[in-house]
Design a binder for this molecule. Structure first.
Ligand code: COA
Length: 388
């Protein structure tokens, strides 16, 4: 049994687009298969992360995307798990290949979020909250995460300015990422002066509403070696787990689910947190980057907000990891069902040394991905990717 490899990647434009979901997918799959045989010649199954039918009144994304890339009579499934749908799809592909059941599987994600505007997206996202205890109180994603942020600022030394620095770093990384939605830098004062969405979270603390699709080809070594790809990366570890749907009974400042699944992925990969060179974590809101750095053992408790600082300027107990080199959900964009796959695309580029020079991390050979659905760790998936 050998570890599965990611042999090819592609994304659509990420942002507010005129493209439908299927067209976004077409752009992504076309990029991924440039120079390769047609998908029908090598792909044994397809999994598609997709959050909601409310955007385009469309389900059956597995079948539709299979059709759209010329696959016939292979297993095709839409995978649901709100914003973790992409990583759940990746996990299915990885487990299929690792078990020897299949040789090559497409893991994809697609979301046409802007179809209903911000109001439509807010409503669609609220379906991820517990209907019995949360939805009927009128909470939204920003207001739920604001509870975590309020508690984090109360329990730690972090301030709104510290959270703003995370946004500034991620916009800077996005400006160096041609795939990113926001191709512009910002500064702390702009972030602090932006309007409150749900205090303490302001416009620039939030991930945007984003259209997009992303595709990765997961294959065994035999397939990878027969393809004319320059490089591939190894999926060395996977972890996945659900926590309560409602946040009422959860610890708001220790993201237990992320801690558990990151540990599973580290153990499977045989690594320690200190081995991780880059991490794409689920920074749907700036505070999440801090919380997830802590949960994944990359930062000491209460100090995750130091992620924008150079490693030598961070508190003792921090690793030298670089976070959200893509710009993260915050600035690369957050096309819900596609986000987990977009994280893998960034890791692929970093580990193969093909990221743009401005954001390429020298010598990066181990990446951690954390993708979450619902508020924080309602469901969490972690992957460890390795250049070797
Ligand atoms: N960060 C920075 N700028 C943003 C932004 C963001 N998150 N969202 C929008 N903008 C900018 C737009 O580019 C636009 O700029 P322009 O006028 O220069 O073109 C301006 O702000 C207005 O954009 P608009 O889309 O009308 O904003 P909005 O007020 O309708 O929505 C939010 C802003 C933050 C409420 C919305 O992006 C949102 O709900 N985000 C959270 C999404 C979410 O919950 N995801 C799931 C998390 S698990």
């Amino acid at each position: 049994m050998t570890d599965p490899r990611i042999a090819a990647v592609g994304t659509s434009p990420l942002g507010r687009t005129d493209l439908t979901g299927r067209d976004l997918f077409s752009v992504a799959v076309t990029e991924a298969f440039e120079g390769l045989p047609d998908p029908a010649e090598i792909v044994d199954a397809i999994y598609v992360g997709n959050q909601s039918e409310s955007y385009e009144h469309q389900i059956m994304y597995g079948t539709l995307m299979a059709e759209w890339c010329g696959l016939r009579h292979v297993p095709a499934e839409r995978v649901e798990g709100c914003a973790a749908a992409g990583a759940l799809a990746l996990r299915h592909a990885v487990e299929d290949v690792r078990s020897g059941r299949r040789d090559a599987v497409l893991a994809c994600g697609v979301e046409k979020m802007t179809a209903g505007g911000t109001a439509g997206a807010t409503d669609a996202l609220s379906a991820a909250f517990d209907r019995a205890t949360e939805q009927r109180s009128g909470v939204t994603a920003p207001s739920q995460y604001a509870l975590l942020a309020q508690r984090y600022l109360h329990e730690t030394d972090a301030t709104e300015r510290d959270l703003a620095r995370i946004a500034v770093k991620n916009h800077k990384n996005a400006a160096a990422n041609p795939r990113a939605m926001f191709q512009r830098e910002t500064d702390v004062e702009t972030v602090l002066d932006s309007a409150y969405v749900s205090p303490p979270l302001k416009l620039f603390d939030c991930a945007p509403v984003t259209d997009g699709a992303a595709v990765v080809l997961v294959a065994n070594e035999d397939v990878t070696s027969t393809l004319s790809v320059d490089d591939s990366v190894r999926v060395a570890g996977v972890g996945a787990g659900a926590n309560n749907l409602s946040i009422a009974d959860r610890n708001l400042t220790f993201i237990e689910g992320a801690h558990e699944v990151a540990t599973q992925a580290y153990d499977q990969a045989g690594i320690e947190p200190s081995d991780v060179d880059i991490a794409e974590v689920h920074d749907a809101f700036t505070v999440c980057e801090a919380l997830l750095a802590e949960a994944a053992g990359l930062a000491p408790r209460g100090k995750g907000y130091e992620s924008p600082l150079a490693p030598e300027d961070r508190s003792a107990g921090w690793t030298d990891v670089q976070l959200s080199t893509s710009g993260g959900l915050k600035a690369r964009g957050h096309p819900i069902g596609a986000t987990g796959i977009a994280q893998a695309v960034e890791a692929y580029e970093q580990l193969t040394g093909t990221a743009t020079p401005e954001r390429q991390v020298d010598g990066a050979d181990t990446a951690l991905l954390i993708n979450e659905g619902g508020v924080a760790d309602a469901v969490t998936v972690a992957h460890v990717l390795s250049a070797a």
